[in-house]
Design a protein around this ligand. Sequence first.
Ligand code: PPS
Length: 304
Amino acid sequence: MAYERNADLMKDFIETYRAQMGQVEGIPLPESTCEIWDQIHNFQAREDDILIATYPKAGTTWVQEIVDLMLLEGDVKKSMRAPCFVKVPFIEFNPKPMKSGVAYANTMESPRLLKTHLPIQLMPPSFWDKNVKVVYLARNAKDCMVSYFYFQRINKALPDPGTWDEYFSKFLAGDVPWGSWFDHVIGWWKAKYNHEILYMFYEDLIEDPIREYRKLLKFLGKELSDEVLEKIRHHTSFQAMKENPMTNYSALPAAVLDQSISPFMRKGKVGDWKNHFLVAQNIVFDEEYKKRMAGSGLSFRTQL
Ligand code: PPS
């Protein structure tokens, strides 16, 4: 009896557990990240690092896989050496009791591919001191919001998003992990004038992957044959990545990422927001968007 009760309590705990959030300079971040903020801030980048920077749900995993395959000259077998979150340390992540992203990256041989969701003002300074190449991938806010809503539902390391209606307001207010989408995309857009940043768009990658690969190759100073590019396109298609255990996050247990609620590789489309935004929400969103993006010089496509 006692065992069954304990097992029930444990099941309830696992099902309802959510990591706590803290803040760094007003940006909401997981508490475990805030606890080691000094280590993250003092992270030692290396000259030959390549950093993938994104607002959450912008297509980070997709571009990580593309760049990894480019560095491997299209060797698919090598690209499947480990799950994407092992190959590419997430520098501000601190999944206790496992190693933090910083500790893990420190033990890695060069050249390293690294991941961050940090807004520009929180970036560890050594990335700029070492003139590290950064690939920034941006995705339109409406699709990001929908994708993030589902992700917060399944990810126990993030707060429960509440109802869609509640989440809509929180996202617009920037009251979500890693803060405001608007500040993030604009901050990195401005930074590209001073740093080695290739600013890319998810919608462009969907529209014409090979055209976007060529921009990436030029930025990375690499050349690959059309045949290799085609191989990369095939291996990093939504369907291929959804089926690939190294990219679909199935390596994580449901107690961490419960994909029975919604898969990590969910839809991979431009315009899924139309299935979620109410007419009234779309009006509110468009008004706020106009105000927040005015004068930024940045424009996003919400449909193709
Ligand atoms: S995370 O957790 O922030 O690192 O997530 P991230 O990888 O940035 O974003 C996940 C969304 O990207 C979609 N995705 C893709 N779309 C098209 N093609 C490919 N190959 C691809 N790989 C990942 C993924 O499906 C998530 O978007 P949604 O809209 O939820 O489907």
